[in-house]
Design a protein around this ligand. Structure first.
Ligand code: NCD
Length: 310
């Protein structure tokens, strides 16, 4: 079964293989070559939470590979009438060959995978995991630095509720990356995740001070404070806007340091950063297309040829 629920579903070798396939698929993602590797296949895109990039890049990936997409959102479907996730998944099982699911509940992707025959890709389950985002993040890091090993990576912002950082940190330590976790005290990475990271034998440092991490960093990965996950509006108000990066803040950074962000940004990266050579977040978002192409092919058992388009 070729589900992708957490990064534990992929070995390091499989990760590298998928990144290599994604690299070969770049010209297809850019629309330069048409390679209908997934012709006749149907993807079910199931979004029970808001999405721009994940949803659109999966759809673009499927269509550029000659496949079709059927969509479900919680608005305009029978979910609004009280249909259970289990029943909804039985329909999706019949209507598509593979499904991508995003849901506000942690564990919903695994629950869905257990309920159906088709492969399920987790596109974000509450404050849990977001492994397909991690794959495009790894693709972007490798594209910029030529390796995933021995880098100095700084994760910044809402490490408590931010599912992108949960999946990414776990994958990075498996490649020997040194991690610095920057967050306000109340939004620290959950203890059990920090313990898991440390068990891989790499250096994990926690701090509240972003400025002190900039000169040594190879990657600074900014994140949005996850407003929708706060039990209490007042608690959100206390930490909203704690980190605001400007171009000036980056004057002491290494020349090849990249600033990443899964997006959407709220106010944590000032538009002045967009003009610097460090800004990598729009390219990162585009990288969702080739990476998700490679993931779709893998889960559907379709080999990506050594020479795509020939
Ligand atoms: C992220 C998410 O949904 O977890 N977005 C994304 O998929 N690019 C990050 C966020 O919403 O802050």
């Amino acid at each position: 079964m070729r589900d992708l629920i957490t990064m534990d579903d992929l070995s390091n070798d499989e990760i590298i293989e998928i990144l290599d396939s994604a690299e070969r698929l770049l010209p297809v993602a850019m629309g330069e070559i048409y390679a209908p590797l997934l012709q006749g296949k149907v993807l079910g895109n199931l979004f029970f939470e808001n999405s721009t990039r994940t949803r659109m890049s999966f759809e673009s990936a499927m269509k550029r590979l000659g496949g079709e997409v059927v969509n479900l959102s919680s608005v305009g479907s029978s979910v609004a009438k009280g249909e259970t996730l289990y029943d909804t998944m039985q329909m999706v099982d019949g209507y598509s060959d593979i499904a991508v699911i995003r849901h506000p509940r942690q564990g919903a992707a695994q629950y869905s995978a257990d309920a159906v025959e088709i492969p399920i890709l987790n596109a974000g389950d509450g404050a849990g995991n977001h492994p397909t985002q991690t794959m495009l993040d790894l693709f972007t890091i490798r594209q910029a630095h030529g390796t995933l090993e021995d880098l100095n990576i700084v994760l910044v912002g809402d490490l408590r509720f931010g599912r992108t950082t949960h999946s990414l940190s776990h994958a990075l330590v498996r490649f020997g990356t040194k991690l610095t976790l920057v967050s306000p005290e109340t939004l620290r990475m959950p203890n059990e995740i920090v313990r898991d990271l440390q068990s891989h034998g790499v250096d994990v440092t926690e701090t509240e001070d972003l400025a002190s991490t900039i000169t040594e960093a190879d990657v600074i990965y900014m994140t949005r404070i996850q407003k929708e996950r706060f039990p209490d509006e007042d608690e959100y108000a206390k930490v909203a806007g704690v980190y605001k990066m400007t171009a000036e803040d980056l004057s002491g950074a290494k020349s090849n340091m990249i600033v990443m962000h899964p997006l959407p940004r709220v106010n944590e990266i000032h538009p002045s950063v967009d003009e610097t050579a460090h800004a990598c977040y729009f390219k990162q978002a585009f990288n969702g297309v080739p990476t998700r192409m490679a993931l779709l092919c893998r889960s559907l058992g379709v080999d990506v040829p050594k020479e795509v388009g020939e």
